[in-house]
Write a new protein. Structure first.
Length: 150
């Protein structure tokens, strides 16, 4: 199924955020999946992405993922920073920080260097936290290498 503009339903497939525009080189928002949109597949990006719609699959980022209040994610997430105000079902691995706002609902394990939880947030899973805890090696593209580096 071909990709359609945000706000429309799309089929399965890989979805990478567009190349960074000059204005987003300072770490600005590079993509926005609005409420009512549904995506399924693999999402990878280098800047900040906000999801207020529905996403199922895998998400990997070199920067920040924001899950808005209406966002519903069913995915394994690997990112530097993850901020959740909506619903996430799946494991979160964040190299730097996870922020769970008061409306956040997480059903899965969290592995991160730092965790901020606002009063009212829900977590159903295990938490691993501390310096060097989150292993983001899987964020880099390509297949995993064995111990010999092959």
């Amino acid at each position: 199924m071909a990709r359609t503009p945000f706000g429309s339903k799309v089929g399965e497939g890989d979805m990478s955020a567009p190349p960074m525009a000059a204005s987003s080189s300072s770490g600005g928002l590079s993509a926005f999946i609005d409420q009512g949109s549904e995506f399924e597949g693999k999402l990878s990006f280098k800047d900040t992405v906000r999801i207020d719609g529905t996403f199922r699959g895998e998400i990997s980022s070199e920067n920040t993922l924001i899950v808005g209040e209406t966002g519903e994610i069913e995915a394994t997430i690997r990112s530097k920073v993850v901020a959740v105000s909506g619903s996430v079902t799946g494991d979160i691995v964040a190299g730097t920080k996870v922020v769970l706002h008061k409306t956040a609902r997480v059903h899965g394990n969290i592995e991160t260097g730092s965790l901020v939880v606002e009063d009212g947030a829900e977590i159903d899973g295990q938490i691993k936290m501390g310096k060097g805890t989150a292993n983001l090696k899987a964020v880099s593209s390509g297949p995993p290498k064995d111990e010999s580096g092959k």
